[in-house]
Design a protein around this ligand. Structure first.
Ligand code: ZN
Length: 628
């Protein structure tokens, strides 16, 4: 059965990218801007009692062992019991995690949170027999049970998901062997993490102001965005030059990772690493291939953006190291929490009055913990693990436009959870990673559009358009560039080719040159950048990055259809929000209005990107004329 913490994990990864905020005194913050966790449990004591109850209840699991295939009634009783345990576990986890996130220094809250890990593993251990027992029931018998007992219908997606794995489940002895082998699986990734986060020697550079900087990963991310071009180039060449010196070692690690994936895929009768990785989340391989095909087809749009960036930066030639310096000035407008909430509510108005009303009620009823406090978890996330309560959003609001956009983003997640939880039984309420970032980025797009329509300030317009277009560059093009590399190196492994550092550089170089138009003179790429692959931890996440690109394409296309007033667009999207995990994610997106195996969503997204660039060019022409 699927892990229910996935959506939160994704939010945590994304939130790590946000800038730490300035802290305020929690005692001075009105309750309105703070979570009320008593909505989950009235007190810590109640949480502890619920935990003891769950521990006692989980001992009863044994009674259900060996009964699931006996009759339709027994199967339903077993699943009801299993999911009631999982529901309580998720609720306990939500309370402990959120309480601890409000004050990471609170030892009691930390102890509650830490108790959840062993409790979760204990429960999974006690449920380890469930999937194999369901897999052992013949398909015809399951079909007959479903006909006989209408109450089983709500578990059909869960059963389908388990039965789908039948062809890739081995004999008990083989499964045991694979489970033992899996203890070695994380070696390449843990060596990579240890080496690249800690043990690799770091170079130093002297910046144009005379300051000497030791280039670890965080200094690199900081200084690559420098407004001084000379500094950017030196930082790039020192940082990647250093990685390049160790390309043999990095290559051996990545080779190990790819070989592990191929071993696992073959053992489970998949014909490729990609097919194996996408089968778990139930995504057709065609979605991945279609993404790469369409992004490649639309590289001229990326090249247009790169030329526009060159113009805005006033550079004689654009270098790969020029891609992180900001081209549009951050607008210094600041927003109060009430303004941020009001803007978000106005921006989502196209989704209907009841959507707006529900979200407004949420803002009024403490769904949001808004301000940064000393000791509060950084970044932002939405959590809705407490089924039947309501979503909770954690923010660190400082009043910038970025913060308003983050509120709209998290509100998108929360409303998706709200409608899915309100429509689906617990067993299928939790939407999957593949669709998780659709509702959030959809709302960001609506906000961007609302702001553009309601400002007369050219600098603000340029900022909004610039962030929209650069978002597509970073999320759609760059993540697909990684996805393509990940696919290519796995294909080489499948052919038995060893991945050395030199070979990996060569593959990466080919992709970089195509994406950034090196041969057409769009971007100049310093050869040290061919080892950028060694900097990307995602190549150890087994075909994960592409979901960033597909999510943003889906949400951009869907928001365009809503904004353009396409008949049925709002209803279809609203229907999608209610689906949870009740059908394959690709089918959910089809209901929303996009088929991710076709060109259409990419065509709409590229049209939107080009239109935004038309507007940017017109604004630049106008601003240039005014200067003269
Ligand atoms: Zn998100």
């Amino acid at each position: 059965m699927k892990n229910t913490a996935r959506t939160v994990m994704l939010a945590a990864i994304l939130s790590a990218l946000l800038v730490p905020a300035l802290a305020v005194d929690p005692a001075k913050v009105p309750d309105r801007y703070k979570w009320d966790l008593t909505a989950i449990y009235p007190s810590d004591a109640a949480w502890k009692q619920a935990k003891r109850n769950l521990e006692a209840k989980s001992a009863e699991l044994e009674k259900y062992k060996g009964t699931l295939g006996l009759s339709a009634t027994k199967l339903k009783a077993g699943l009801d019991f299993i999911f009631s345990l999982r529901e309580e576990l998720a609720r306990l986890d939500a309370y402990a995690m959120q309480k601890s996130d409000l004050d990471v220094g609170n030892a009691d809250a930390l102890a509650m949170r830490q108790a959840m890990g062993p409790m979760g593993s204990d429960l999974s251990g006690k449920m380890a027999w469930v999937d194999p027992e369901i897999l052992a029931i013949p398909d015809e018998k399951i079909a007959a049970f479903l006909k006989e007992e209408p109450g089983l219908a709500m578990y059909k997606p869960v059963l389908d998901d388990i039965l789908r794995m039948k062809a890739h489940t081995l004999s008990p002895a083989e499964e045991k062997l694979l489970a033992d082998a899996s203890l070695m699986y994380d070696t390449p990734e843990s060596v990579y993490t240890l080496f690249s986060d800690a043990e690799i020697p770091r170079p130093s550079v002297v910046l144009s102001n005379g300051e000497t900087v030791r280039l670890d990963a965080s200094a690199y991310t900081n200084y690559r965005a420098s407004s001084n071009r000379w500094d950017r180039e030196h930082v790039f060449s020192a940082f990647f030059g250093n990685l390049d010196q160790f390309r043999g070692t990095f290559g051996a690690m990545l080779n190990g990772e790819c070989k592990k994936d191929w071993f696992n895929a073959k053992a489970r009768h998949y014909d490729s690493c990609l097919a194996s990785a996408l089968d778990g989340p139930n995504i057709p391989v065609a979605v991945y291939e279609n993404l790469i095909k369409n992004v490649r087809k639309n590289l001229p749009t990326l090249h247009r953006y790169l030329k526009l960036r060159q113009r805005m930066m006033g550079l004689p030639e654009l270098r790969y190291s020029d891609l992180y310096a900001s081209v549009v000035k951050e607008v210094d407008a600041t927003y109060t929490p009430e303004q941020a909430m009001d803007l978000t509510l106005k921006a989502v108005a196209p989704l209907g009055d009841d959507y707006v009303k529900t979200l407004r009620d949420g803002f009024n009823n403490r769904w949001v913990d808004l301000y940064p406090y000393p000791g509060k978890h950084s970044g932002a996330y939405s959590n809705c693990a407490a089924y039947g309560v309501h979503p909770f959003m954690l923010l660190n609001f400082n009043g910038t436009y970025e913060d308003v956009s983050t509120l709209a983003h998290e509100a998108g997640h929360s409303m998706h959870s709200f409608y899915s939880n309100g429509t689906q039984p617990f067993a299928t309420c939790d939407y999957t990673t593949f669709v998780a970032e659709v509702a959030s980025t959809f709302n960001e797009n609506l906000l961007n559009d609302y702001m553009l329509k309601h400002t007369n300030d050219d600098a603000m317009k340029l900022f909004l358009l610039g962030s929209y277009v650069d978002g597509l560059r970073q999320t759609l093009f760059r993540q697909t560039q990684f996805a393509e590399f990940e696919l290519k190196i796995h294909e080489l492994t499948e052919k038995g080719e060893p991945l050395t550092g030199d070979r990996l550089n060569e593959v990466y170089k080919g992709i970089l040159e195509d994406y950034y138009g090196a041969k057409e003179g769009v971007t100049v790429i310093d050869p040290v950048c061919y080892s950028e692959w060694a900097y990307i931890p995602h190549f150890y996440y087994n075909f994960y990055v592409f979901t960033y690109a597909t999510s943003l394409t889906a949400s951009t296309a869907l928001s365009q259809m809503v904004l353009e007033g396409k008949p049925g667009a709002v209803q279809n999207y609203r229907k999608f929000l209610t689906l949870g995990d009740s059908m394959p994610p690709i089918d959910e997106l089809k209901i929303a209005g996009v088929d991710m195996t076709t060109d259409a969503p990419f065509d709409i997204t590229m049209k939107a990107m080009n239109r935004a660039m038309d507007q940017m060019e017109a604004l630049l022409d106008k601003m240039q004329k005014e200067k003269k």
